[in-house]
Design a protein around this ligand. Sequence first.
Ligand SMILES: [Zn+2]
Length: 226
Amino acid sequence: MKPTDYTIIRSRRRSLELRLYPDRRIEVRVPMRTSEHDISSFIASKSGWLQRRLSALPESAEKPALKFCHGEGHLFLGERYPLSLNIARRSMTVLSDGCIEMLLPVPDDEQRVALQLSRWYRAQAETLYNRIIDQHFGFFAERGHTRPSLRIRSMKSRWGSLSSRGYINLNAELIKTPLRSIEYVVIHELCHLEHMNHGPGFRRLLSQRLPDWEQRKHELNLSPLI
Ligand SMILES: [Zn+2]
């Protein structure tokens, strides 16, 4: 791997981490003062892992272009459902009979279908993410925390974050991944109510709230989004 193949991000953190995204971008996250030499040897130590992960990803870095046509498969909670597009005066989208069924006045207008579909994803995400937060918030409420408000965001490189101003930010695309993965991200972010870093205390709490979090994290990193 050439140095140009990855991005180095220096921040106030203690450990080095290599991240591979589904579009094949590679990031190396390191503490502020890490030397180039330490970064290179860290990457070298991860090269076997990285090669295995890269070979598991689809060949092309480019996302296949979606056509938003009748019958095209779209992801929802880790499953792929064909679009069923039908003419109706009033627009509506429902998951039914193994299809994402969309009623709309002009079913062959690609942009219209894309917009209506993204609104449906957003609405599903809002309901589901809030439900998962509520399911897991009890423990944190007992410890005196205030329930953070959900913000659904389009984020390129993170699945979620917790702001100190009382928001839990979750990636809109998560709705395309399995429920197990969404639970992992929500619980991970809620654990930041207690620990604002990823240190041993954080990991202990996360393991206590979600014993198989590492497996879920791994699955999430392998999830397709298109
Ligand atoms: Zn975190």
